[in-house]
Write a protein that binds this ligand. Structure first.
Ligand SMILES: Cc1cc2nc3c(=O)[nH]c(=O)nc-3n(C[C@H](O)[C@H](O)[C@H](O)COP(=O)(O)OP(=O)(O)OC[C@H]3O[C@@H](n4cnc5c(N)ncnc54)[C@H](O)[C@@H]3O)c2cc1C
Length: 246
């Protein structure tokens, strides 16, 4: 998003908040957690699963001083410390957010804007199915931190790396994680794995996010195979293969 769009968001009343890098932790060479300090911003947060922000990152390819916004999901929000964290997939094709995260240093300051769109899970939900690619793992982490212990959670993730055990996995009894190796079209193996392992069940809610084709492959599985209508499922495209977010 170019700088004029910052102006539009400002006119719409979307506030920018200063955030400062506090610490950086690499779970794997390609998955990095950055902790930010922003006490006033964090105190005002209504934290719920999948809550995300728009981070304004430098985009030098667009010109000096230019910034672009990218979506990232809150994890490990600590109101007492005035901090929150974002998990970055450090993807190979360069983009301003990934490159910024690769080079970030404590003390660096950015701005972030909040546009909360609350997830609505029907009352009486007893099981949750979460699916996606690595960019959905932070949101899945946030689901696992919030879903009551009485709700069964199954997680299906498609990714080609072989170091998944090193990734953050929110400790939660009874959660089953299945990592699926991509095979053919993006999302095809994920859709096949969910179809093979799951069948329609009452009081289930399903959520999926990630690359657009992957989400497109999973959507009919939720609708047709699991029989879930829109009040019992939600899917969101997080990024598009071969296309910069602008
Ligand atoms: C609501 C929401 C929440 C999100 N939460 C997270 C999160 O918590 N963590 C996270 O890592 N991402 C998250 N994303 C996805 C992230 O915003 C995109 O991956 C974004 O495009 C990265 O920006 P960039 O500047 O690095 O690359 P861009 O400039 O957007 O893209 C440059 C190139 O890199 C490719 N690319 C972009 N992302 C990826 C990727 N993940 N893997 C491989 N290739 C890629 C593009 O296809 C393009 O070819 C979220 C997106 C949304 C909408």
């Amino acid at each position: 998003m170019a700088n004029w769009q910052r102006g539009v968001l400002r006119l719409m009343g979307v506030r920018n908040h200063a955030v400062e890098v506090v610490s950086i932790k690499d779970f794997t060479p390609w998955y990095r957690r950055i902790v930010f300090s922003a006490p006033e911003f964090v105190r005002g947060l209504d934290v719920f699963p999948t809550l995300w922000l728009r981070l304004w990152v430098p985009n030098p390819a667009r010109g000096e001083g230019e910034v672009s916004q990218r979506g990232y999901t809150f994890v490990d929000v600590r109101p007492g410390d005035g901090t929150f964290a974002l998990d970055f997939v450090l993807h190979e094709t360069a983009g301003p957010a990934g490159e910024w995260a690769r080079r970030a240093e404590p003390g660096e300051k950015l701005e972030a804007a909040l546009t909360p769109a609350k997830i609505s899970v029907p009352d009486g939900t007893t099981a949750v199915l979460l699916a996606g690619d690595a960019t959905a793992l932070p949101a899945i982490t946030s689901w696992l931190a919030h879903v009551p212990d009485t709700v069964a959670v199954r997680v299906y993730l498609e990714d080609s790396h072989d170091d998944h055990l090193a990734l953050p996995q929110e400790p939660r009894a009874g959660t089953e994680f299945t990592w699926v190796t991509p095979d053919g079209e993006r999302g095809a193996a994920l859709a096949a794995a969910i179809t093979a392992a799951e069948s329609a069940a009452p009081d289930r809610y399903a959520w999926a996010a990630g690359e657009r084709s992957l989400v497109k492959a999973v959507r009919p599985v939720f609708r047709d195979h699991l029989g879930l209508d829109r009040s019992h499922s939600f899917t969101q495209s997080y990024w598009i293969e071969g296309r910069s977010a602008g």
